[in-house]
Design a binder for this molecule. Structure first.
Ligand SMILES: [Cu+2]
Length: 117
């Protein structure tokens, strides 16, 4: 490897690390706990352009977490932490809900993500 390409590699490497640091610093995390038949909190706020990570736990049984507008879903398993990250690109209200049948109140188990400018 000649000296010039070595320097180019160094610059590319530090640029990549710079982006990673920026993302870690700006990502918002929100903890959401699932139980029959609620998410707590059931209203979450986010800002356009700021990544949001849901940190999901369940205290009773397996639930689901689905957000069709963002194309994500995951199981939420008791004793485990599930993390899903979205990038809000427009303002509005977006539903999330349980998609694993968990009992008589299952159909009501949902919440709202409010994305503000
Ligand atoms: Cu359910």
């Amino acid at each position: 490897m000649n000296r010039r390409s070595f320097i180019a590699l160094l610059i590319a490497g530090s640029a990549t690390r710079g982006v990673a640091r920026l993302d870690a610093a700006t990502t918002k995390e929100v903890e959401v706990m699932a139980e029959k038949f609620d998410f707590t909190p059931d209203t979450v706020k986010a800002k356009v352009g700021q990544p949001l990570t849901f940190v999901l736990t369940s205290i009773d049984r397996i639930h689901g977490f689905k957000m069709p507008d963002f194309g994500i879903r995951t199981d939420i398993v008791p004793g485990e932490e599930r993390r899903v990250t979205i990038m809000p690109t427009k303002t509005g209200s977006f539903a999330f809900f349980c998609d694993v049948f968990c009992g008589d109140g299952h159909e009501e188990m949902g919440g709202t993500l409010i994305v503000e400018a």
